[in-house]
Design a protein around this ligand. Structure first.
Ligand code: ADE
Length: 252
């Protein structure tokens, strides 16, 4: 897979791309990330990439021209790349969306700055606007890093088996169960007995229930769409009737 990032701050990506798992994927050729500076594409005398907003108002707006020219250079063939603009106005980036994007051959990510980009650039050369959450960043660069990180780790081969993506939060539609490692006892807190016994079926059952509990407590909205067995649905219903947080463990 190839990811091209269009930005006026290319250096922001230097240390990000040096990070261990991403750097390994880049070195192995599983992934190519091209960070492209928008500034050289500007046809203005001083290579500026922004101007005052028509209609007045605070801040600057990114010029359409450098974006349109850069897009034509990095993704010349129509439909060759999925062109995404990172913006707080976009659809939410979810795990499902990341899974879809991970199957694309080429993604182009446009990072906006200031008060946004001239709408004509969006209308002319963007397929999709994505937001990483309901808050406003000073620019799209951190959002592009989030997107690259969560998409790259889904590309086959990027994660070793030790870092498997299959069993974690959201893959099952639920939040992840709690994890423990050595020592068995810390400040008087013991690792749950079931994890030490080696009974794999019991461990799976315990983890599944913990996932349900943490999801019920923190993100009940996820339970509406998560694939649950009829027994699990009944359990969640009981928790709801009991009012709020589930009490001491009751068997499934
Ligand atoms: N740019 C500024 N804020 C953003 C957000 N929340 N998501 C994506 N891009 C952004």
């Amino acid at each position: 897979m190839k990811i091209t990032i269009l930005t006026i701050f290319p250096h922001m990506f230097d240390s990000f791309l040096d990070g261990s798992i991403l750097a390994r994927a880049l070195n192995q050729g599983l992934l190519t990330v091209d960070v492209v500076d928008l500034r050289p594409f500007s046809q203005r005398k001083h290579k500026n990439t922004d101007d005052d907003p028509f209609g007045g108002g605070a801040g600057m707006v990114m010029l359409a021209q450098p974006i349109v020219s850069a897009m034509a250079a990095v993704a010349p063939a129509p439909g060759e790349a999925r062109r995404i603009y990172l913006s707080p106005r976009g659809q939410p980036l979810t795990q499902r969306k990341a899974e879809t994007l991970a199957r694309a051959a080429h993604l182009v990510l446009l990072c906006g700055r200031y008060e946004g980009v001239d709408q004509r650039a969006v209308d002319l050369c963007i397929d999709e606007e994505l937001s990483i959450g309901d808050y406003v960043l000073t620019g799209g660069e951190p959002a592009a890093m989030v997107l690259v990180d969560c998409v790259a780790r889904l590309v086959p081969g990027v994660l070793g088996c030790a870092e498997s993506a299959a069993e974690e939060s959201f893959a099952s539609g639920l939040l992840e169960y709690p994890q423990y490692t050595r020592p068995r006892s810390l400040n008087g807190m013991d690792v749950p007995e079931v994890l030490l016994g080696g009974n794999h079926a019991q461990i799976l059952k315990w983890r599944r229930e913990q996932s349900l509990r943490v999801t019920f407590a923190r993100r009940p909205d996820l339970l509406e769409t998560a694939p649950l067995t009829p027994l699990e649905r009944a359990l969640v219903e009981r928790w709801r009737e009991d009012g709020g947080m589930p009490g001491p463990a009751r068997p499934l």
